[in-house]
Ligand binder design. Structure first.
Ligand code: F6P
Length: 319
């Protein structure tokens, strides 16, 4: 029977992480488990930055963006000696299990701890939606809404000047934010790692739009993929549209989580505690076809993401 559990957030922060922290702590306390937070992810764990918390700690945090226990990225966590040190520290605190909230990188850190014999459970929290084991990650819906708000605003000004706006969205190497926002915004083109640019086709479509006197065009591009300015220059040169580039950047990660992410955090976070109560460790919690399930963490980190070919077809069909 678990008596003490700790929670950390790692990698890029995501709206809804605080809601997940709240849920995990409250559900743990509900079952009489002593709850601890680890500040600054795996980095804070190695520094022993660990504190026992009560219910009051989680008051008024559900609606706050970011993560109140802070986050970090730690390259050296790949070293087995570092992982063993982390396990030793948790054992010194007599902590029975660790819940890690984060994306792909966080899951790899947790898997290394599981390999070292420590009970872990992962919760998917990242705007990128790059966790293959789950249909959705906590934070994705909020980031998507932020992108749509921004693109709506860009459309107003773009339409006033008959421009083509080339907009870069986040996602690290995952195109979900680009694909879903392209569908929600009716973008003229969506370019991601899995769906590279079909430039000639794009230029032809934009030339036609210009000839039809369309007021604006939107091209959405995943980050880390291409030079936005170069693409904009080509569009300007080959289609007649004047262009502007916009990088939405970390705006996409801030702000209050939408209700959908808060509810997702409640559903997934409580299951993390239930897994510990059932002594089912080394797992990650997922939502699949609207059901909360869990998957072995080693299987989870090997899974291949859905690249949403069907949604891309819709984006193209509706252009
Ligand atoms: O993983 C979330 C994310 O926002 C990615 O989309 C992006 O590539 C990365 O983090 C940026 O990280 P940082 O804020 O540390 O530069």
């Amino acid at each position: 029977m678990v008596k003490k559990l700790a929670v950390l957030t790692s990698g890029g922060d995501a709206p809804g992480m605080n809601a997940a922290i709240r849920v995990v702590i409250r559900a743990g306390l509900f079952y009489g488990i002593d709850m601890y937070v680890i500040y600054e992810g795996f980095k804070g764990l190695l520094e022993g930055n660990i504190k026992q918390v009560n219910k009051e700690f989680t008051s008024d945090i559900m609606n706050r963006g970011g993560t109140i226990i802070r986050s970090a990225r730690l390259e050296q966590f790949k070293d087995p000696a570092v992982v063993e040190k982390a396990v030793r520290i948790l054992r010194d605190f007599e902590i029975d299990g660790l819940i890690g909230i984060g994306g792909d990188g966080t899951y790899r850190g947790l898997a290394d701890m599981a390999k070292a014999g420590f009970p872990v459970v992962g919760l998917p929290g990242t705007i990128d939606n790059d966790v293959a084991s789950t249909d959705e990650t906590i934070g994705f819906a909020t980031a998507l809404n932020i992108i749509c708000e921004c693109v709506d605003k860009i459309k107003d000004t773009s339409g006033s000047h008959q421009r083509c706006s080339v907009i870069e969205v986040m996602g690290r190497h995952c195109g979900d934010l680009a694909i879903f926002s392209s569908l929600a915004e009716g973008a003229e083109a969506c370019i991601t790692f899995d769906h590279p640019s079909k430039e000639d086709e794009l230029f032809r479509r934009l030339r036609k739009m210009k000839a039809q006197n369309k007021s604006h065009a939107i091209v959405i591009v995943s980050e880390n993929l291409l030079n936005l300015e170069e693409l904009a220059k080509k569009i300007e040169h080959l289609t007649g549209f004047t262009t502007r580039t916009e990088i939405l950047g970390r705006l996409q990660r801030g702000g209050s989580p939408v209700a959908h992410d808060r509810i997702l955090a409640a559903r997934l976070g409580t299951e993390a505690i239930e897994l510990f109560r059932r002594e089912e460790y080394g797992r990650v919690v997922c939502i699949r076809h609207n059901s909360v399930v869990s998957v072995d963490i080693f299987e989870a980190i090997e899974m291949k993401r859905d690249i949403h070919k069907n949604l891309m077809k819709l984006v193209e069909m509706l252009q």
